[in-house]
Design a protein around this ligand. Structure first.
Ligand code: GLP
Length: 241
């Protein structure tokens, strides 16, 4: 695991995006694992800019997103499918048919999860996986637990995550209580992992990830076992290191 600290989240995003840009130059049909939340937004801005400048060509790129809320239609204002369309896919030359977000409204969620994993494996696996991190150390929607879950699965969100994500909804009651998320196994199988975090409220999670015990209680801590995990943070998120 390598940690890179920058003055601002914009500088961190510029550095992080170069990993994705380099991968696309090397492998035009690269598979990106993508993430939602506020942390990846500066990075998506950089991707859009590089695409417009001709330095990132997404025409053959394929993507699989980490997670989705259970019960939200894809066009719901808070769905992660809509987030990805609005923050990235609508602004670059990616073919939407090549973009994948797990369905939160499948009739059989277990089948949806198994099919999602099978599709990633069939495509050849993720080349570069982008991650944010929750205040409690969650990655995707892998919440603190007494064990790691490896495959895509349905999760009950913790109060901490519901509280943190209420800002995107009209009120706390509207936040779905369940989500479907890649497991830590999917994430660990990616050839490269890029985690971005900014702000003081991520400082403890970053400290626990980088310096604490490797434990399912801090899901991101398993990234210390990954052979190529790069962490890009601003000074506030690095303040406890
Ligand atoms: C959600 C997402 C995570 C994300 C986290 C932090 O729970 N499922 O993938 O990392 O929020 O979001 P933010 O970057 O907005 O703090």
């Amino acid at each position: 695991m390598q940690v890179f600290v920058f003055k601002t989240k914009e500088e961190a995003a510029k550095a992080a995006v170069s990993v994705f840009a380099a991968e696309l130059m090397k492998k035009p049909n690269a598979i990106f694992g993508l993430a939602t939340g506020s942390s990846p937004i500066p990075l998506y801005h950089e991707m859009i800019k590089l695409n417009k400048e001709g330095a990132m060509d997404f025409s053959k790129c394929r993507s699989w997103n980490l997670d989705e809320y259970v019960g939200l239609q894809p066009d719901h204002v808070c769905s992660y499918r809509r987030f990805m369309n609005e923050e990235l896919f609508d602004h670059v030359n990616i073919d939407k048919a090549n973009t994948h977000v797990p369905s939160g409204i499948a009739a059989d969620m277990e089948k949806e999860a198994a099919d999602y994993d099978a599709a990633i494996a069939e495509a050849g696996g993720i080349d570069v996986q982008l991650l944010g991190i929750g205040r409690n150390g969650h990655i995707g929607f892998n919440e603190p637990d007494d064990h790691f879950t490896y495959e895509t699965h349905v999760i009950t969100l913790t109060d901490s995550t519901i509280d943190a994500n209420t800002r995107f909804f009209n009120n706390r009651d509207e936040v779905p209580r369940h989500a479907i998320s890649m497991g830590v196994g999917n994430i660990m199988k990616a050839k490269t992992v890029v985690l971005v975090a900014n702000g003081e409220d991520k400082a403890q999670a970053i400290y626990d990830t980088v310096k604490g015990d490797i434990t399912p209680n801090v899901p991101a801590s398993i990234l210390r076992c990954h052979p190529n995990c790069l962490i890009f943070v601003d000074e506030a998120a690095a303040s406890k290191l």
